[in-house]
Design a binder for this molecule. Sequence first.
Ligand SMILES: *Cc1c(COP(=O)(O)O)cnc(C)c1O
Length: 227
Amino acid sequence: MTSSQLSNTITDRIAKVRQQLPETVRLIAVSKQVSVEAIREAYTAGIRDFGESRVQEVAVKQSQLQDLPDITWHLIGHLQTNKAKKALEHFQWIQSLDSLKLAQTLDRLATSLSTNPQVLLQVKLLPDPNKYGWTVEELFQDLPALNECQNIQIKGLMTIAPLNLSEPENLTLFQNTRSLAAQIQEQNWSNIQMQHLSMGMSDDYHLAVQGGATMVRLGRTLFGERS
Ligand SMILES: *Cc1c(COP(=O)(O)O)cnc(C)c1O
């Protein structure tokens, strides 16, 4: 990111990114480690989808943003099953659903909380020891059991590209993730939809859009470097 971009306001950066994105792509502003003042500025600039990776952090922010009731909060970080209930209380979307066990926990809790969270299945098509998520093989094994989780709404796939891929490799990864979603869709599961693909962060969102992303998750591009 150049210094001239950094000197722009959050409002300017949002306008610029929005201009570059196809209208159909949903912009998720990743506000982890970002102040509530900055979140307010993004809200005023039109953002209604915010991504956070920690339950405690979002709870504090929500208590200070109660006058902005139409925000949709997306969990994008790994969730431990012992925090699943809290996550359901604070997030409408869980993009980082990364195991059958967690899906079943959320499914059970969703009944008692009478909520129907929207979720994305986090996949990793390339080996990445630092990332959670299903491999393709594991995911196909778990689909029948995921389909039984009637209280969560499975809406698509989420992926995080490994660091240090070349641009062509990165694009191929996104295209392959889209193909995987198409393959799953073709199996006509009753409770698994594949209309959303959350792919792309500040460094690779152009490639993600090219590869078929319907959601991009941008932090630094909108809010600047995190401290
Ligand atoms: C932090 C984070 C982002 C945003 O990353 P930037 O590089 O700041 O755009 C997106 N997705 C996930 C899963 C993240 O953890």
